[in-house]
Design a protein around this ligand. Structure first.
Ligand code: ZN
Length: 278
């Protein structure tokens, strides 16, 4: 009698274990991550594992049934080692500057996180980039795919840099970014940004260690007409930071892809901004 109860209890236990294992197996790392993300938890994904074969200029796969925000997060989560928690400083930065993380071009190297803590960390990342020279201005370098796309745009219509100085308009060092920040803001501003109480400054200048210019994927241009905007869009360049009029971001996809990936289009005056849905 006793032995019988023991055995049947054992069978129940082992079958529920088997079920639990099967359930875990049916959830891929990506889905698991997305579920955590929706539950507002920090989400650690494994870059490269969920999408190992990336070809230049392909767009990440997306599920059209998901809402914008989830579509966007699905597209970026294989690129970032961690999707920050909602409300954190990193989340605010991802919302403001994270458009680049949808880039699926294998020739583009995305930063592993939205915020570099110092000059050394920034340099360490920047030295791994394949850069290309933009054929205008003084020493303007961008990641090669971005430089090529801008050079191609310039063969189609006349487009020049905002100041002409590549060190400011194109890829910036940590120090240049910091210098720009200090011109417009200070530690009090940074604290307010961290607490989510100040966001307007993020359209004027990026806080230290976080700028699309550090990543070699942004350029400040003098653009004044719709032909120039059209050509830039056709070559994968878009305006992704609302209010930062000269600032262009290399996304490397077509305009149609942007709404598929969850971006929100916002028209202000004659400018169409493509904003992250975060
Ligand atoms: Zn800029």
């Amino acid at each position: 009698m006793c032995a019988c109860i023991f055995i049947s209890a054992g069978i129940v236990a082992s079958s529920s274990n088997a079920q639990r294992t099967a359930n875990f197996d049916s959830v891929t790392p990506t889905e698991d991550c997305l579920i955590n993300r929706i539950l507002n938890k920090s989400c650690i994904s494994q870059p490269g594992i969920t999408n190992p074969q990336i070809s230049p200029n392909s767009i990440p796969t997306y599920n059209p049934n998901l809402p914008e925000k989830e579509r966007f997060i699905s597209a970026i989560m294989s690129k970032l080692s961690e999707i920050p928690n909602q409300g954190s400083f990193e989340y605010i930065l991802l919302r403001q500057y994270g458009a680049v993380f949808i880039n699926n071009n294998s020739l583009i190297k995305l930063p592993p996180k939205v915020l570099f803590i110092n000059s050394q960390e920034t340099k360490q990342y920047q030295t791994t980039l394949t850069m290309g020279k933009v054929n205008t201005g003084n020493n303007c370098y961008l990641q090669k795919a971005a430089a090529d796309a801008l050079n191609k745009s310039r063969t189609q219509t006349n487009i020049s840099l905002k100041s002409g100085n590549g060190g400011g308009d194109c890829t910036r060092t940590f120090e240049t970014n910091l210098r720009f920040w200090r011109k417009y803001a200070n530690n009090n501003t940074l604290e307010k940004v961290r607490q989510g109480k100040e966001t307007r400054i993020l359209s004027i200048v990026a806080p230290p260690g976080t700028s699309q210019h550090l990543w070699g994927l942004a350029v400040d241009l003098r653009v004044s007409n719709s032909k120039q905007r059209e050509v830039l869009n056709q070559n994968g360049w878009f305006q992704t930071v609302e209010g930062d009029i000269p600032h262009w971001t290399y996304l490397g996809v077509s305009e149609d892809n942007l709404s598929q990936l969850g971006f929100r289009k916002k028209i202000v005056g004659n400018i169409s901004y493509w904003l992250t849905p975060l």
